[in-house]
Design a protein around this ligand. Sequence first.
Ligand code: ADP
Ligand code: MG
Length: 718
Amino acid sequence: MNPAPRGPAVIPRVPMPMVRPSHPATAPPPSLNDPVQFLPGVGPRRAEALAKVGVRTVGDLLEYFPARHERQEFRTIEHLEEGMTATIVGRIGAVAQKYSRRGPTVRATLIDNTGRCSLSWFNAPWIADRIERGSIVEVTGRVGVYGPLAEFTNPKIAVLDKNAPPVDESRPARLEPVYPATADLPVRAIRKLILDNLDRLLPLVQEPFTESYRRERDLPARSWSIAAMHRPTNEVDVTKARRRLAYEELLLMQLAVTLARHQRRSGPAAPVLKSSPQIDERIRRRFPFRLTKGQERAISEIVRDLAADRPMLRLVQGDVGCGKTVVALYAGLVSVANKHQFAIMAPTELLAQQHYRSICRYLEGSRVRHSLLIGGLPAARRRQMLKEIEHGEMDLVVGTHALIQEDVRFAKLGLVVVDEQHRFGVRQRATIKSKGPAPHYLVMTATPIPRTLAMTVFGDLDVTTIEDLPPGRSPITTRVATPLEQSKAWDFVRTRLGAGEQAYVVYPLIDESDKVEARAATTEYKRLSQQVFAGHRVGLLHGRLPQEVREAVMADFIAGRIAVLVATTVVEVGVDVANATCMVIEHAERYGLSQLHQLRGRVGRGAARGYCLLMTGSVGGAEGERLGVLARTTDGFKIAEEDLRLRGPGEMLGTRQHGLPELRVADLIRDGELLRMAQRDAGRIIADDPSLTQARYANLRHWMESKYRDALTLAGAG
Ligand code: ADP
Ligand code: MG
């Protein structure tokens, strides 16, 4: 690869020409780092409101971009269409002011050459003082209907000169920036503040890219783009400006992840864990089945990573049941064969126990020493275990993230497997203690995430995707059902129970709360056990039950002593029962699609067909449409993409968890192409100057650090 882009990619900071302020009365232009309060019209109150939306400096204000641009058509009254946003010019007919329980209302009629329409304002009595019969006004707003007339409710209004010309419908539409607003920071205030200051702030904007760099990528200048976002002239310009700003945002992010990746790999060395045909053969003998293609590929990538002295940092993603545990165990046994220890960290104790159970099964008769480190062990047993681990007398340890991070010291740790399931807390993983070289890391996740998102959230990891499932899985039939179909749903579950199978009923909450009218698992449990499933044994499982109770309930369900398990989402990560074929999920609309997909992955794990019923209040409309995706496909990636499209990355991953700043302009669904370009460019820049210390990158480095300091620190800790 040719590492450096043609010409310097980034130019050093250039002093910008001073420009006289347009208002002679105001002070000379501030620096973009000045507090926003420096600007005329911003007092302490406004500054506080601005700080709440993250605008602290003058530069922040410039980068407070509109969420969208509203297209305003110039129309005559006869051409108004319901739902559109339009601007009309006309003469006020009558004005009336009324007081009702809802407060003061101003009503008026507006007349132009083509017809009449109605205007109304609530809680804005001053409007009545500004207009009178005969005033010529320009009105902008959304068009509604009031009786036979088109109506504007709370429109913007400007009183024009008596001789103002009527609306010219051939005038191009006007674009109005719509800013994210808050109660104490209305859109109008933001718009005015930005427009009042734009001209004098724009010259302060610096351009980090050279002409040629921009030309090659068809990117307009930074200050031009900022201006086009705030004071748009047409849609084409807005699109160009948005693309430029999105690119810049993505490039900074990709620089941060590429740098983090680079730093991790140049940190302390890792143990070299080599495989051989003998080792491979011995490990394979542990599995009573042929590995799938996906498993084989994952294993060969991992084996290659382990044999290098740089720590492996690999994410294995694949749908529930694709056999990730097998892959992890294979890797762990390579470590053990090289006389190094192996740890698996799971997000919950239930899941740690499950991993341990299946690992015990695979390791039956082997000499590999393994143990489960969970809470509630007798103190002496725990001390003993820790000693064995510290002295290298234990090969394999399974536990929860918290426990393993706390106080365990490993004699010779070769590999750490972090099972994230649906959680994306990968950034907490850094703190495991090990004497000697840094261990290799393998992160597993069962929520496949779209590629663009993986590039951002897991940009510092190598990603392996397992796309196939082991053969012989029976498909899950999923249906969306309304409360009206509830009794049919229960009938259906009873037929499955009659066939000797088991079922889950999942509720979103543990207790009834005033705020959320969910039927809680606890309340429903009573009803289900006494009425709906009378004659069957029903169990209750939720996170607030004491550990022993939870374990006993699980043991009963696994052994088939409980037929129906009423549970909160704890089943999502905890349970693997082949005989459970049926799952009813109440209030399905409260979950993300990926989460529902995870949940239903608990059924149909055996040879019998699985069924999932998604109960929701609304089968029609957007909600039914969203849930319908689950009925149509079982492809976790398609589902994840749909989830991302509908809910956005923050919601999908939990914003705080993924550790990267929110993207303001870029959109991971629309801007996939741009992201790949940014990734490629970031790779070249880092290859050219891994620490960004060359003078021509100084500007970029500074910029990236100010935005990504937290993410970089975290990455550096790994
Ligand atoms: P995941 O962790 O990806 O959800 P697991 O590793 O728990 O999946 O595997 C799910 C089930 O599939 C387990 O019961 C496991 O024994 C079985 N399994 C894994 N790999 C294979 C395979 N190649 N062929 C048949 N069964 C497999
Ligand atoms: Mg698993």
